[in-house]
Design a protein around this ligand. Structure first.
Ligand code: ZN
Length: 257
């Protein structure tokens, strides 16, 4: 697996040598090739959570032959979460909700209901800042700690799972989670339910990619997603899939002791 810790010094050395070649040889072509590669790799690593480029991430359960998957929902709780919970209950599926601190404050009873019904809550920062990818380590730590303390106040549990907003990882996020001891949970099956407007397209997309051990990413923030789930959950059951929480899928502890 390509890692930032290995590639970054390599890019620096090769970049420096190609710069010298440019200065003394007259052509900076190699320098620009190295520069492009370095920028491209950093951007790819920042936006593809499955790479684990800057820090270790969990995004699926490998070698899972039992038909287990983990449904996960970001950005709630919201007024749509209750219907998502009702559907999960109908099919006896468990899920993981990566909650925004501000939303937990706005809908504390729904956050409690998530826990009471046996699902797991993870940290999705306090404010879901649009510029999350540009925050400094200290600011990421503050977002994580504020969200954790709200969740602890409301439901009595301190999450260890963290899903970065927009799935962004970078050196600040890597250092922040090293400090807070959160485990980053990504996904292997992304519904794109916030950007795809047609319910049928969302349904077809996730079904086409469906594999045992998948962590599936949805958002409990729209009626569109609820409607997709109404079709998807019976399909999963019919195909022999069972949704469990991320802690059960990966055999990890979801909360601090
Ligand atoms: Zn989000």
């Amino acid at each position: 697996m390509l890692k930032h810790a290995i590639l970054y010094p390599l890019f620096l050395v090769v970049g420096f040598v190609s710069l010298l070649i440019g200065i003394f040889g007259g052509s900076f072509a190699w320098f620009f090739v190295v520069l492009l590669l370095a920028v491209g790799m950093t951007a790819w690593g920042a936006f593809d959570i499955r790479l684990g480029y800057f820090t270790h991430t969990f995004f699926r359960k490998k070698y899972n032959a039992k038909g287990l998957i983990a449904l996960s929902f970001d950005d709630g709780p919201s007024p749509h979460t209750a219907e998502v919970l009702e559907l999960l209950n109908t099919y006896q599926f468990k899920a993981t909700f990566f909650c925004i601190g501000k939303q937990v404050l706005a809908y504390p009873d729904i956050a409690k209901q998530i826990i009471d019904e046996g699902h797991t809550i993870g940290n999705h920062t306090y404010s879901h800042n649009r510029n999350f990818g540009f925050l400094k380590e200290k600011e990421v730590v503050a977002e994580l700690e504020q969200c954790n303390s709200i969740i602890q106040q409301i439901v009595g549990k301190k999450p260890k799972f963290f899903r970065p907003p927009f799935g962004v990882t970078n050196p600040s996020v890597a250092k922040a989670v090293q400090y807070t001891k959160h485990q980053i949970i990504g996904w292997s099956n992304r519904s794109l339910d916030t950007v795809t407007l047609e319910e049928d397209k969302i349904y077809q997309r996730v079904c086409k990619r469906l594999k045992s051990g998948d962590i599936m990413l949805f958002h409990d923030t729209s009626q569109r997603t609820v409607n997709v789930l109404k079709r998807l959950l019976p399909h999963l059951q019919k195909q022999g899939y069972i949704s469990v929480s991320v802690d059960d899928l990966l055999n990890l502890h979801g909360y601090e002791d």
